[in-house]
Design a protein around this ligand. Structure first.
Ligand code: GTP
Ligand code: MG
Ligand code: ZN
Length: 252
């Protein structure tokens, strides 16, 4: 019954919003929170070759379900129905203007969320949704429609990076040193994979960036726990809490 209770849908528009690196980042974050990700590429109607975007994301999102949809012409919407079956609570994250609220409306079959216009010039949304809201869906499940997150703050690493980068984790098993940092060590399998082209340099760069950021976050947390506690409430961590709280309240 509660199969999809912990799923967070990363919503990304196939307009100027499309940004694989950001999706990679969301994935790390979601895994770090112990939740399950799924990816919704929406506004397929606006892209000349939406399937290509799907393939691109597939290459970096291992075993993560990817849904290619259009809220405008209803393409692929049926694929999302299982997520909102009775007993399921899902959360939507994605940048402002990605199409989250519109998606909720299409799935609900009526206007339950305020959706806004994207300014033509930069494709950015106008932050239509200003509060995080639980929406009870006619299907029986619940959706937390999160306002567009501008800045995603990382907390310390809870295994999210490893989960989001299983390809790198696998290579790392063959590094000469078990505590290899893949920076300069001899016999580093990860670095040799980058050299041989087996591992894309951008992918490796993302991994390194996130690792660093998480280390930095962990340091800050030690130095200034109060401020970090405040920041916690800003990002996706908030989302996790509302899902968990809802579950405790018997919302499953
Ligand atoms: N062509 C097209 N436009 C879409 C689609 N989905 C959403 N839009 C448009 O994109 C704009 C932004 O949609 P919203 O649903 O408000 O975006 P949001 O992610 O909720 O944005 P915030 O609430 O600011 O976080 C609106 O003008 C929608 O009509 C789609 O599938 N196709
Ligand atoms: Mg919205
Ligand atoms: Zn290594």
């Amino acid at each position: 019954m509660a199969a999809n209770l912990d799923t967070v849908l990363i919503v990304c528009g196939l307009d100027q919003d499309f940004n694989p690196a950001r999706i990679e980042r969301y994935l790390t974050l979601i895994y770090n929170c112990g939740l399950r990700p799924a990816i919704v590429l929406t506004k397929a109607d606006l892209h000349p070759a939406p399937a290509d975007c799907g393939v691109e994301i597939e290459a970096m999102a291992f075993d993560v379900p990817i849904h290619l949809i259009s809220a405008a012409d209803q393409t692929g919407l049926a694929e999302l129905e299982p997520y909102i079956a009775p007993g399921n609570t899902i959360a939507l994250i994605g940048s402002s203007g990605a199409g989250k609220s519109t998606l909720v409306n299409r799935l609900a079959g009526k206007e339950v969320r305020l959706a806004g216009a994207v300014s033509q010039s930069d494709g950015k949304g106008i932050h239509t949704t200003t509060s995080r809201d639980m929406v009870f869906m006619p299907q029986g499940g619940m959706i937390i429609d999160n306002p567009g997150i501008r800045e995603v703050a990382f907390l310390d690493d809870q295994g999210g990076v490893d989960a989001a980068f299983p390809d790198i984790e696998l290579l790392a098993k063959d590094c000469r040193f078990s505590d290899c940092s893949h920076a300069h060590e001899p016999g580093c399998r990860v670095l040799s994979a980058v050299d041989s082209g087996e591992l894309k340099p951008e992918r490796f760069a993302s991994w390194r960036k996130m690792k660093r950021e998480l280390e930095y976050a962990a340091q800050r947390q030690i130095k200034n726990p109060e401020r970090i506690e405040k920041e916690r409430w800003k990002g996706v961590a908030t989302l996790v809490r509302s899902i968990k709280k809802n579950r405790k309240l018997g919302g499953k």
